[in-house]
Ligand binder design. Sequence first.
Ligand code: CDP
Length: 226
Amino acid sequence: MKKIIIAIDGYSSCGKSTLARALAKKMHYVFIDSGAMYRAITLYLIQHKIKIHHEIEVANALKNVHLAFEFYPETEQNNMLLNGVNVEAEIRDMAVSAKVSEVAAIPSVRKFAVAQQQQMGKLRGIVMDGRDIGTTVFPQAELKIFVTADPAVRVERRFKELFEKNKNITIEEVKANLEMRDYIDTNRSESPLRKANESKELNNSHLSREEQLNIAYKWAMEKINA
Ligand code: CDP
């Protein structure tokens, strides 16, 4: 069967990764969470106390960053490896979320991540989620989905997810972080978050995981059989 590239973009915490992971599993495709790469780079810069406004320092630091995904069959999830260390849990912390969008706006960081993402798509048969996948990483993707959800729904979903791990987190903190990241992501000069013209919009505010998966799967099959 023909293998396609599926690009899934959208704002923070709208359920992109959940959809992308489930769709990849159903289609036996590779799933790549591009946000995890920006999060791992951010973690490295924090750990090494790199000044993120110092372009040269950041560009030099990137020479020491090696990113890889490792697939864990038990959980059927990809975990992010930063220089060989599993950082999957750490990259989801608020300390990383607080800085990631500033880091992701740095041109050298984007160049570094996008080149690796494009390499991963060489064999096709991939579902990648992020902010610029349909516009910059894979403008040639056969299927582009732009996921949206009401802001209040997004805040509640992310709050629930983070509260499981940290009972001190507040809903205000989560809301402020999402608003800040959405603002930076849409206003940066380097490949800002935009809905690609030809992308299909999927508002999942009132859809179950299964319902959103069925819609996306149907779209994918239409492209494959076209
Ligand atoms: O899962 P969540 O919505 O919190 O975000 P993420 O997908 O983990 O991405 C974290 C951050 O990385 C985003 O807020 C963006 O600033 C940045 N990002 C990006 O600039 N381009 C991408 N393709 C993916 C993420």
